[in-house]
Structures are given as structure tokens and as C-alpha cells.
Design a protein around this ligand. Structure first.
Ligand SMILES: *[C@@H]1O[C@H](CO)[C@@H](O)[C@H](O)[C@H]1NC(C)=O
Ligand SMILES: *[C@@H]1O[C@H](CO)[C@@H](O)[C@H](O)[C@H]1NC(C)=O
Ligand SMILES: *[C@@H]1O[C@H](CO)[C@@H](O)[C@H](O)[C@H]1NC(C)=O
Ligand SMILES: *[C@@H]1O[C@H](CO)[C@@H](O)[C@H](O)[C@H]1NC(C)=O
Ligand SMILES: *[C@@H]1O[C@H](CO)[C@@H](O)[C@H](O)[C@H]1NC(C)=O
Ligand SMILES: *[C@@H]1O[C@H](CO)[C@@H](O)[C@H](O)[C@H]1NC(C)=O
Ligand SMILES: *[C@@H]1O[C@H](CO)[C@@H](O)[C@H](O)[C@H]1NC(C)=O
Ligand SMILES: *[C@@H]1O[C@H](CO)[C@@H](O)[C@H](O)[C@H]1NC(C)=O
Ligand SMILES: *[C@@H]1O[C@H](CO)[C@@H](O)[C@H](O)[C@H]1NC(C)=O
Ligand SMILES: *[C@@H]1O[C@H](CO)[C@@H](O)[C@H](O)[C@H]1NC(C)=O
Ligand SMILES: *[C@@H]1O[C@H](CO)[C@@H](O)[C@H](O)[C@H]1NC(C)=O
Length: 867
């Protein structure tokens, strides 16, 4: 999501004015219709399937029914629409329904911590937890984020991110997700959701879908946000995969992306929301817009949108909304069926009950608008009441332990010639680079971390959080080493003396972020920096390598970074990728550097030798005029899938990561679970009942201003109208092609949260013994890649990660047996004709490859032949 500070909005306003002011003509039905002139069109799907048919949610829906059936129109509209930008403590909040104890529901960033507050933990970013390949830590970090959200009174914490998937190596926000693979994203996302929601906080899985670059994602005065044109199979097998797993994990909310898919905006794309998310994936929660990603009133509601954030349409601060009072009007004039509004509200209220937020859930005790204790309660209003807005509640608990464990376990050792690492505490070390030190402007001195100054702990934008403190590598090394000299500069100092005993440690980084901030010429995406290190990092490494015979390179990076200028130099002995470590940057690094722990991170994406090794179709499209058509022509072949297909050897493959110790994988055994005795899964269960309401148009008096007695806040978004009695219902609305109000039977690929439950039966399990055969303690990651047989008749990537497990800390000589489960879906391709998942019957011809990276898979288990 986006959040601009007051001043930043001023220059942005003209670009947001592309949408005409809110009026009755605003519903652009053309956008909702299939486009015959485009190969990539989005077919209509109506109506929105009702929520409530999944048994896990029955109790919550029953509670919601009790209150929603008695709610007035004003109460219902309130819960669907934000109160406006800067109209409350959080980056977004809905109206309330005080009669039922439902407060203004608070929505707040970010995926790595509570944004725009204090006394919060700044956790390692998504890409960092992805690199740990540790499911327990993924869960634990989720719990900690959820506890902090709850402690601050945040109802809906806006994360995790599984889109962008990482299709574009220069994409500005690829670090917010877990890595460039759908299974890694899926497991990272699901574990995070389960952890967060175990605390009662509601997670928001985002951005749905195809939001793979930052530039031109939103509409502006000169062009419409880009269209991600994605074919059905690629959508299912790559981009939708982690969303399906997040829905299966029970995620309470989803955020629509800004961009179009197939020329229809994600927040009003009926195929995506009604058919794919709510029908096929069986999503029971609610879907909201991204901030100011709401483009129509009637159209978006019909297409399945449930909540508008932060309430206004494309133009903030004018007090206009496509919903709010216009939603009341649309119901009274008959354009939006009451049936749809009832479902919208029921989904929101059921989610609130599902996570127990009706019982002792704190109200917000912080303000994202100011750091002061007191301030304006509605800074977006011309005159706002003031009061205590920040209580500075400390929600950190002992989460620094989790944050440090994640940052440490993510550290990925790419190279370690002569076993130069670990370093002894009294070894002579010389440290170079501003990336080892603090932000020279001060902690959190750049709004939303919008600068690259000092150690890079996270990217920039709404996916960031304030650092409560920061342990820099400089501090941590200085405290541990008795023999360290620091040169915290980006140009190599001329006065350095080198001896053969010295080890030089060179810190470099590469940053990126969200589009509303430009850093060093990079408007989110790395258009200026490319995939090279920032601040002349390559020169710093080369200069150090010239002078010293032992060089260790430490890299903090948002994503793929080129190393070719120096990686093969003799003196560059070791490389550590520390990803984006958050507040515990220093000690997590020294834990590994000095050998208290062996590194156990693995690359969550490929390190290429050259950017030209990627397909052209994954470049950033920088085209200011005319809507960008970003067609995903590479299909399934992103990241390592592409490198394998094109037979290009990368510098370091996906999944690569060394240790200080060695492991032996032995005694693999393959066992059969639920037999794949049919090509397609067995028939889905039938759909359970959903709430049935009185769907008549309610009494207009329910939304009359005269029915209320409070002081109206200027620009605040209310559900009320001046003269609702004058509105008459009509059936003449220009409904989109394919519009229909009869609930359709569920699609065959659906049947439960995430899809047909049979897709998630374990089809095969591999057990394997992992032994620490070296002389230091450490953890091993076992990765399982699937090779599907050609009998499926479809061109499919030769290897696809489908499962991984990590050992506990193993002492030298110790062993652990790991079990890797493979589901029916893991062995399936999406059949676009049948519209179902198709697997090789009995798993015939399936090969399961096991090892340390996509390029190091020594163990093969073949269905039929065993391992
Ligand atoms: C987009 O268009 C492609 C090509 O026609 C089609 O396969 C796919 O299902 C469409 N997806 C959506 C969400 O409209
Ligand atoms: C339903 O609403 C009415 C007022 O509109 C109120 O008197 C009544 O108590 C409500 N019933 C329940 C069960 O909440
Ligand atoms: C709608 O929400 C506002 C707060 O945002 C609240 O003041 C008002 O009472 C609510 N309306 C009803 C009918 O509950
Ligand atoms: C009903 O109101 C909505 C919101 O103002 C408007 O977009 C729509 O065109 C109206 N429908 C009719 C039939 O007037
Ligand atoms: C703020 O936080 C405290 C401590 O977590 C909590 O008790 C309280 O309900 C929260 N909300 C408000 C408005 O004080
Ligand atoms: C976490 O913070 C506490 C309190 O500030 C401190 O005592 C502890 O050492 C920290 N733990 C780690 C692992 O940094
Ligand atoms: C620093 O390292 C050098 C080279 O190994 C050694 O000669 C010197 O004694 C060390 N100094 C300290 C304070 O450990
Ligand atoms: C330095 O390290 C010692 C021992 O590990 C630790 O107790 C101390 O807190 C550290 N000091 C700082 C300033 O981090
Ligand atoms: C791993 O262990 C097995 C069984 O103990 C042994 O046969 C094999 O040679 C070992 N492999 C390696 C690479 O050490
Ligand atoms: C349904 O709602 C309408 C409008 O409020 C009302 O007139 C009607 O009596 C209700 N029907 C039932 C069966 O409650
Ligand atoms: C509307 O949907 C129902 C249920 O799927 C279907 O039976 C009916 O044919 C559809 N009507 C139109 C006009 O498409």
C-alpha cells in the first residue's frame, strides 16, 4: 500500500486527478467487460459467491449473521468503507457499528513490523525469512508480528506479501515477499499467516495479483496503471499458488493489487475476485483495495470487492468516495443488490469474530500521523479535535531474539575458499564500507527508510517500519573483535596498510522500494542502479582485493546482485549474503562471522552472471504514455526455471548456501500416501449453506443525516445522505456483460479453502537421514524438486521446488531424519481446458530430486523404482 505524508500529497494530487470527481457516471462498466480486441481479456464472472460455506468458519458466520441481520444500512456501509485518509490513528480504518461493539477496524502496515510507530520491533524482511528455509522461524516471526499488532490495537496487519513473486529482478518490492519461487512464497506466506493470526490479529495477504513492478502500477493523469497479461496456466502454477496456500492457511483478508490483469483492474476484476479467489479458492474473508486503488463504486462491488481503503477513491482529501454515502445510494437506487452488500459486511464481521476480536481486543493506542503524545485525532479534517494519540506502548517483548535468529539463519555463505571463515576474535580485520555503519543522518532519519545510508536493514516504502534501535555491524564487530579497524567510507582509503595477516571485510549493498519514493534515481524499481551494488560497491571490493590477499564480502541486498567484476579475483575468498536483517543486523552477522553459529541460509533467488541472462520480458517497462501491456510471455520460466530451460549457468543457483560444517544425506526412502489413482482429483465436496438475509431494499431513513445527532467532521466519510427518501430504485443500470444474480454452483477445482481438499492429500513422502559429518555444529536444509513426466503432455519446467525442511542444530556426528511430504497438487499441472489440476496417474514417471540447491541434487527418488 501507499501512504504519503501531507506534503508529499501536494505534487501527487494532479496525477491522481485522472479519475473524474465522483459522480453517478463513474462506474466504468467497459473496464469490467471482456475485450474482444485483446488476446488477454478478463471474462466476466457474476455474482460474487457468498461466504460462509466452509465448516471452519461456521461459528464465525453464525455470529456475524446474528448481528448483520439486524444492522441498518448505515451500519453496513460503515464497515465496508474507510473513514478517509488521515481520518484516524491507522493508515486506514473503517467506520464502526457501536451498537454491536464493532469499533473502527484499524488497518496498518507493514509485513515486517508495525509501521509509523515506536517501541516496535523492526523484523528482518520477507526475503530474509525466505532465505532461512526454516518453517518454525517463519511461524515464530509471524506470531511476534501478530503480538505487536495486537499490542498496538491493530485489527488488520497488512502482510504478508507473496506478490510480487520476484519475476522481475529489478522490481522494487521483491524483498517484501519470500523469494522467486511459488512454493517458497507459499510456505513462507502460510506460516506467517498462521503465526500472525494465532494472536488474534488478522493478516492481509497481498498484492492480488501480478504486481511485479513498481513503475506505472497506478493510474496517473497521463496513463492507466499497467496491465499484467497472464495466461491461465501461468497464473495458476506460479502467481496464484502462494495465494491459494494462504487461503488454505485461513487468511482473513486479501489486498487487491493496483494494476490491471488482462486490462481489468484487480480491485474490480470479476474473474479474479468472484471466480478465482472466492469460488475456486473458497476464500471466506474479505478483500480490500490497495490505498487509492479503488476505481468504481457499483462495478467494484459487483466484481466482489468488500472493503475500500482508505475510503476515498482516486482523489484523497476531498471527502469523496466511490462508496460510503454513494454505496448507500447504490443500494437504494437498486444498482447494487442488497444481497451483495450483506455478503460484504458478513465477510468483514465474520472475520472479526473468527479471530476473537470481539473479546478484549485493544483499541489503537498509537497514531501513524504524529510522533507526539497529543495531536489531531483527524488530521485530514480542516478542524480536528485534539487529544492523546500516542501512548508509546512497548510491544517489543522478547521479539529481538526471534528477529536475531531469523537474521542469523538467513545469512547465506556463497563461497568460502581456504575456509577463511569463520574469523577468530583476535584476527586482524579491516572493515570497509558505509554499509557496515550507521545512517549518518540518524536512526529513521529518512521517511519510510527512503534512503540508502548505512547498513541496509530493509528496503523503502510502506513495507518498512521504524527501527527502535539498530545494532550495526560496526558496533557488533567492534564489541567482539579485539583487532578490528574500521574504514566506514565508500571509496577505498589511500592510507591503508595491508599485511598478509589481515582479512579485509567489505560491506556493500543494493536497495529498492516502493514507487512513491525515489532514491538515487530509482523510483522503487532499480532502473538507475541496475543489478549492481550501490555506492560504487564493486570498486570498493576490487580496491580491497588489490591490496589484501584475504577479502570477505558481506552483502545486504533486496534481490539479485551482480558479482562478476570481482567474484573470481583470487583474494576474494568468501561471500556472505545477509539479505535485509532488520534491527539485529550487527549481532546476527557476528554470530556467523566469528563462528558461534554456522551459516545455514540458502539463496531465495538466482544470482546471475549477467542481467542479459534473463528473458527480455522480465525487464522493467518504463513507458510514460499509453497503458503498458506487460505480457508474461516467459510463462512459467522465471528465475531458476528460466535458467534451466535456457541452459544458462548462473553465478549461484537458487537454493545455494554453504556451511562451516558438512552434511551427508543418506538412506532416502519413498513411501506412498493417498494413491493418485485418478488423473484429476476426486470430486469436490458440495458447498455448505451460507447466511440468508432479507434482501429487500431497506428503509432510506436508515441513512438519513437527520437520523444522527453527532457533529459532522468535514471530509470524514460517512454512510449518510441528505435526502435518501428521494432515491427510487430502478433496474436500468448498465450492468456489465455476463451480469447475473443467481449464485452459481462451485467450480470443480474448488471445494475448500485453497481449492479441492483432495489436492492437499499427501501423495508421497520421502524420509531422509541428515548427518553432520564435519567438525562444527550447524543446520542443514533439504530441498525437494519435482520433475514431472512428459506424459502430462505439457511443456513444464524441468525442476520445481515443492518442499523443504531444515534440521535442528546438529552437533558434529549427530543425525536427524527429515520427512518431506508431497501433495497431489505438488505433482499437478493446471489443465486450462478441464479447469482442474491434472497429475500423472499413480505418479508414474514422477522424479523427486533431493539436495542442497537446484543445481546440486545428488539424490533421486523415482515413483515405482524408489530411491
Ligand atoms: C487472461 O487472458 C488469458 C489469455 O486469454 C487467459 O488465459 C486468462 O484466463 C485470463 N485471466 C484473467 C484473470 O482474466
Ligand atoms: C436489533 O436492532 C434494534 C433496533 O434497530 C434493537 O432494538 C434490537 O435490540 C436489535 N436486536 C438485536 C438482537 O441486536
Ligand atoms: C459509523 O461510523 C462512525 C465512526 O466512523 C460512527 O460515528 C457512526 O456512529 C457509525 N454509524 C452507525 C450507524 O453506527
Ligand atoms: C445508483 O447510484 C450509484 C452511485 O452514485 C450510481 O453509480 C448509479 O449509476 C446509480 N444507479 C442508477 C440506476 O441511477
Ligand atoms: C493500548 O494498549 C494497552 C496496552 O496494550 C491496552 O490495554 C489498551 O486497550 C490499548 N488501547 C487504548 C485505546 O488504550
Ligand atoms: C533483547 O533485548 C533484551 C532487552 O533489551 C536484551 O536484554 C537481550 O539481550 C536482547 N536479546 C538479544 C538476542 O539481542
Ligand atoms: C592483531 O593481529 C595481528 C596479526 O595477526 C597480530 O600481530 C596482533 O598481535 C593482533 N593484535 C591484537 C590486539 O590482538
Ligand atoms: C558486547 O558484548 C558483550 C559480550 O558478548 C555483551 O555483554 C555486551 O552487551 C556487548 N556490548 C554492547 C554495547 O553491545
Ligand atoms: C554418506 O553416507 C553414506 C552412508 O553412510 C555413504 O555411503 C556415502 O559415501 C556418504 N557420502 C558422502 C558424500 O560422504
Ligand atoms: C424485509 O425488509 C423490508 C425492508 O426493510 C421489510 O419491509 C420487510 O418486512 C422485511 N421482510 C421480512 C420478512 O422481514
Ligand atoms: C445465471 O447463473 C445461473 C447459475 O449459474 C445460470 O443457471 C444461468 O443460466 C445464468 N443466467 C444467464 C442469463 O447467464
Amino acid at each position: 500500500m501507499t501512504r504519503w505524508s501531507h506534503w508529499a500529497l501536494v505534487p501527487l494530487l494532479p496525477s491522481l486527478l485522472v479519475a473524474s470527481p465522483v459522480s453517478e457516471q463513474d462506474d466504468d462498466t467497459a473496464k469490467l467487460n471482456p475485450r474482444a480486441d485483446n488476446d488477454y481479456a478478463s471474462p466476466p464472472f457474476y455474482p460474487t459467491p457468498h461466504g460462509g460455506w466452509v465448516s471452519d468458519w461456521s461459528d464465525a458466520y453464525a455470529k456475524a449473521y446474528e448481528v448483520v441481520s439486524n444492522m441498518t444500512l448505515a451500519e453496513k456501509v460503515n464497515l465496508t468503507t474507510g473513514t478517509g485518509y488521515f481520518m484516524g490513528p491507522c493508515v486506514g480504518q473503517t467506520g464502526s457499528a457501536p451498537r454491536y461493539g464493532i469499533p473502527n477496524i484499524c488497518l496498518q502496515d507493514s509485513p515486517l513490523g508495525i509501521r509509523e510507530t515506536d517501541h516496535n520491533t523492526a523484523f528482518p524482511a520477507g526475503i530474509t525469512i525466505g532465505a532461512t528455509f526454516n518453517k518454525d522461524l517463519m511461524y515464530e516471526r509471524g506470531v511476534a508480528i501478530g503480538e505487536e499488532a495486537r499490542g498496538k490495537g491493530v485489527n488488520v496487519q497488512l502482510g504478508p506479501v507473496v506478490g510480487p513473486l520476484g519475476r522481475k529482478p529489478r522490481g522494487g518490492r521483491i524483498w517484501e515477499g519470500f523469494g522467486a519461487d511459488p512454493t517458497l512464497q507459499a510456505i513462507g506466506g502460510a506460516q506467517t499467516i498462521k503465526g500472525m493470526q494465532s494472536t488474534g490479529a488478522i493478516a492481509a495477504l497481498k498484492h492480488f495479483i501480478g504486481n511485479e513492478q513498481e513503475m506505472y502500477r497506478m493510474s496517473s493523469i497521463i496513463t492507466k496503471g499497467y496491465s499484467s497479461n497472464i495466461d491461465d496456466r501461468t497464473l495458476h502454477e506460479l502467481y496464484l499458488w502462494p495465494f491459494a496456500e494462504g487461503v488454505r492457511a485461513g487468511v482473513g483478508s486479501v489486498m487487491a493489487a493496483y494494476n490491471d490483469v488482462n486490462s481489468s483492474a484487480c480491485s474490480q476484476n470479476s474473474k479474479l475476485i468472484n471466480d478465482i479467489l472466492k469460488n475456486e479458492l473458497g476464500f471466506q474473508g474479505f478483500i480490500m483495495t490497495d490505498w487509492f486503488g479503488h476505481y468504481t463504486g457499483v462495478g467494484s462491488a459487483l466484481a466482489g470487492l468488500d472493503m475500500a481503503m482508505p475510503g476515498e477513491g482516486a482523489v484523497p482529501l476531498l471527502g469523496d468516495s466511490y462508496w460510503g454515502s454513494e454505496l448507500s445510494r447504490s443500494v437504494l437506487n437498486g444498482s447494487i443488490p442488497m444481497d451483495r452488500l450483506n455478503d460484504m459486511v458478513t465477510r468483514i464481521v465474520a472475520t472479526w469474530y473468527k479471530f476473537g476480536q470481539d473479546k478484549d481486543y485493544p483499541l489503537p493506542n498509537f497514531s501513524s500521523n504524529t510522533k507526539d503524545a497529543t495531536g489531531e485525532i483527524y488530521p485530514g479534517a480542516l478542524f480536528s479535535p485534539t487529544g492523546v494519540v500516542n501512548q508509546f506502548v512497548n510491544v517489543e517483548g522478547d521479539h529481538n531474539i526471534t528477529a536475531r535468529a531469523v537474521a542469523r539463519e538467513a545469512i547465506t555463505l556463497l563461497k568460502n575458499n581456504d575456509n577463511i571463515l569463520p574469523i577468530g576474535r583476535s584476527d586482524s580485520i579491516k572493515i570497509f564500507g558505509t554499509d557496515a555503519g550507521p545512517n549518518s543522518g540518524g536512526l529513521n532519519s529518512c521517511s519510510d527508510q527512503g534512503c540508502d545510508n548505512g547498513v541496509l536493514t530493509m528496503g523503502w516504502g510502506s513495507g518498512s517500519a521504524n527501527l527502535p534501535y539498530l545494532i550495526t555491524p560496526q558496533e557488533a564487530i567492534g564489541n567482539i573483535s579485539s583487532n578490528a579497524t574500521f574504514y566506514i567510507t565508500d571509496s577505498f582509503p589511500s592510507d591503508v596498510t595491508a599485511s598478509s595477516e589481515d582479512t579485509a571485510i567489505v560491506f556493500i549493498n543494493a536497495d529498492s522500494g516502493e514507487n512513491y519514493i525515489t532514491v538515487d534515481g530509482n523510483p522503487g524499481d532499480r532502473i538507475e542502479a541496475g543489478l549492481n551494488a550501490w555506492h560504487n560497491g564493486d570498486d570498493l571490493v576490487k580496491d580491497a582485493a588489490n591490496k589484501f590477499s584475504n577479502v570477505v564480502v558481506v552483502i545486504h541486498t533486496v534481490g539479485p546482485i551482480l558479482m562478476e567484476e570481482w567474484i573470481e579475483l583470487d583474494s576474494v575468498k568468501a561471500v556472505l549474503v545477509a539479505h535485509l536483517p532488520g534491527q539485529e543486523a550487527g549481532y546476527s552477522l557476528t554470530d556467523v562471522l566469528f563462528g558461534d553459529y554456522s551459516p545455514s541460509g540458502h539463496m531465495p533467488y538466482t544470482i546471475p552472471k549477467s542481467e542479459s541472462d534473463y528473458p527480455d520480458s522480465v525487464s522493467i517497462i518504463n513507458q510514460p504514455f499509453g497503458q503498458i501491456q506487460d505480457t508474461f510471455t516467459e510463462g512459467l520460466y522465471v528465475d531458476y526455471r528460466h535458467f534451466l530451460q535456457a541452459n544458462i549457468t548462473p553465478r549461484y543457483p537458487f537454493g545455494h548456501g554453504l556451511s562451516y560444517t558438512t552434511f551427508n544425506f543418506s538412506n532416502p526412502t519413498l513411501s506412498v500416501g493417498t494413491a493418485l489413482d485418478s488423473t484429476y482429483p476426486p470430486a469436490r465436496p458440495s458447498q455448505g449453506a451460507t447466511p440468508k438475509y432479507n434482501d429487500s431494499i431497506p428503509n432510506p431513513a436508515e441513512v438519513a443525516w437527520s437520523s444522527t445527532s453527532f457533529t459532522r467532521i468535514w471530509r470524514y466519510l460517512y454512510p449518510y445522505l441528505d435526502d435518501p427518501q428521494s432515491i427510487t430504485a430502478s433496474s436500468t443500470y448498465p450492468y456489465p456483460v455476463g451480469y447475473n444474480t443467481t449464485q452459481a454452483p462451485g467450480v470443480r477445482a474448488g471445494g475448500g479453502q485453497g481449492g479441492n481438499p483432495a489436492l492437499f492429500d499427501t501423495a508421497f513422502s520421502v524420509q531422509i537421514d541428515v548427518k553432520n559429518t564435519g567438525s562444527r555444529s550447524g543446520k542443514a536444509v533439504v530441498q525437494l524438486y519435482v520433475e514431472l513426466p512428459s506424459s502430462l503432455g505439457l511443456d513444464t519446467p524441468s525442476l520445481q521446488l515443492r518442499q523443504f525442511e531444515k534440521t535442528k542444530e546438529l552437533a558434529p556426528g549427530d543425525s536427524e531424519t527429515l520427512t518431506l511430504d508431497i501433495t497431489r497438487k505438488d505433482l499437478s499441472v493446471w489443465d486450462v481446458v478441464v479447469q482442474d489440476w491434472k497429475a500423472p496417474t499413480n505418479g508414474d514417471g514422477v522424479k523427486l530430486w533431493i539436495g542442497n540447491s537446484v543445481a546440486d541434487l545428488p539424490i533421486l527418488c523415482s515413483v515405482g523404482d524408489g530411491c
